[in-house]
Design a protein around this ligand. Sequence first.
Ligand SMILES: [Zn+2]
Ligand SMILES: [Zn+2]
Length: 279
Amino acid sequence: MQKFSYHTHTSLSDGKDSLEDMLQKAVDLGWEQIGISDHMIIHKDIKQAPTYDKLIDRSGDYVYHNSFEKSLPMFQKNAESIRKTAKKYPINVLVGFEVDYFTYNGWKEEFKNFIKQIDYDYLLTGNHFFFDEKCEVLIDIYRYDSLEDIYKTDSYETYIRRHYQTIGQAVSSKMFNFLAHLDYARRIKQSEKYPCRDEQLKVVDCLVKNQVAAEVSTKGLRKNNVLYPDDFVLKKMINKGVELVISDDAHNIDELGYCFDETSIKLEQMGCKKRFCLK
Ligand SMILES: [Zn+2]
Ligand SMILES: [Zn+2]
């Protein structure tokens, strides 16, 4: 059974509980390892996003950044504080970040240079936004259904295709140790009619080609009783030999390790032989 999680959030980003409480809970669960992966969301125009006020209402303005330069000291400080706090707990603590991948000109180069200046152990890519072709106007997927149509410059089909292409680009960049919640966008109502299976399978192929692992997130079970990704994608990933890691995407102590045993059994039953872990 898996006794660690690499996808967890603390009050350093939008998690509810402190780093200390999360580490203590992991120790209480008998884990030997935990990765803290608070959000790293940096986009030059994020403050102009149509849902920006709602984003900060929900998660706090320290989660969304419009400048690599200005946010660097905060990320360096957070990484340092995780290292320091970790020493007080009998558990191996890794410093990670969950990164939204953006595609406007220059983002990738800036990000590469930025991340070199931070003392971290691993990165996952989790993508929470739709955007226009130039990646300038961000639409929070969480708010897509309630957002007025005037802000939606493209059709749903165009957004969702572009979204999966972006995830494929993130995977192909080889900058990330694993991919988070591949089909997070299925929370949008229209995804039932248009799940975009072709584009999802292209992402699976990118994982295979670039030998990047993927998470199986029990957050999906908490939200609507289906893992992220759903069984269709999960089967393809297993058949193609993608390395899988179970995640909880915990935003509070009670979510740590949520349904890990059941999910381990399910993966075994589905024939998963390749499980991912960090050294
Ligand atoms: Zn996420
Ligand atoms: Zn997350």
